[in-house]
Design a protein around this ligand. Structure first.
Ligand code: B12
Length: 218
């Protein structure tokens, strides 16, 4: 790993905004993939979360972490050309009910749009019924759910149950992301889980182009 990347993790964990921004600028000038830089910053936010859990950081520090992340995203997106033409059917995306974390969602939808996916982003704290309405409206085959707090797992499950009740489950693939794992996938009934936002591109291509669902090995 390059020195710059290691330094990014530490700078984010210390919430040193000036340092984070300078390192990102340097990284971009060196031609490092922006998403590699974002991933290091994400690792730094994990450290922020740990310190918050231990009572060493406070809510204001979580807010600071999200502000730094937003500034970095703005910097990274500054010179990006948005893909004009979308290549695939609409993917429905949202942070589930009771949860307002949206940084990971915004990064993932950004990457997907850049790769030619049309995204209907429902925002944060989205009630299950809104996802159902969007699936019906866009005739979508993929729903992506973000959740970072424990309460989000029930909201994800509820959303998937509602898809079932509406008779839409069989034709809809549900991918969950955020602070999730295989146990959460099983609990919620989702088809896939991912914490690496780049994986979603391959998954969605398989589903939308070849109409193929692969069995997830975690
Ligand atoms: C920043 C932050 C906040 C910000 C959020 C700002 C925002 N606009 O998003 C603010 C300050 C608002 C906040 C509030 C709260 N937070 Co908070 N927060 C965080 C923190 C530090 C970082 C989260 C983050 O943005 N990470 C960076 C992004 C890039 O990572 P990511 O979301 O995981 O996304 C990546 C992947 O998961 C993936 N991805 C994301 N979505 C999807 C979807 C799909 C389909 C796919 C494929 C991939 C994918 O792509 C991304 C890039 O790789 C985490 C700590 C942590 N370890 O995560 C705590 C954390 C999530 N928060 C926590 C808590 C407790 C709270 C509060 C309850 C605090 C409070 N007392 O009020 C509230 C909850 C509010 C609510 N109802 O949602 C806990 C949750 C614990 C739990 N298990 O429930 C954590 C884990 C901190 C901790 N260790 O205690 N928080």
């Amino acid at each position: 790993m390059l020195k710059i990347q290691k330094m990014l993790v530490g700078a984010m964990a210390r919430l040193d905004e000036t340092m984070v921004i300078n390192l990102v600028k340097q990284g971009l000038q060196m031609g490092i993939n922006p998403y590699v830089l974002l991933e290091e910053i994400r690792l730094g936010t994990d450290r922020v979360g740990e310190l918050y859990s231990k009572g060493e950081y406070f809510l204001s520090d979580l807010i600071m972490a999200s502000e730094i992340f937003k500034d970095v995203l703005a910097l990274v997106n500054q010179d990006r050309v948005v893909t004009a033409q979308t290549l695939y059917p609409t993917v429905i995306f949202g942070t589930v009910e009771d949860d307002i974390h949206d940084i990971g969602k915004n990064i993932t939808t950004g990457i997907m749009r850049y790769n030619g996916f049309d995204i209907c982003d429902l925002g944060v704290d989205v009630p299950g019924q809104k996802f159902i309405e969007a699936v019906e409206l866009y005739n979508s085959r993929v729903v992506c759910l973000t959740g970072l707090i424990t309460e989000a797992f029930d909201s994800m499950k509820n959303t998937i149950d509602l898809l079932e009740e509406a008779g839409l489950r069989a034709r809809t693939t549900v991918i969950i992301g955020g602070l999730v794992n295989e146990s959460v996938r099983k609990y919620t009934g989702a088809n896939y889980w991912a914490t690496d936002c780049t994986k979603v591109i391959e998954l969605c291509r398989n589903i939308l182009v070849t109409n193929k669902r692969i069995v997830q090995s975690s």
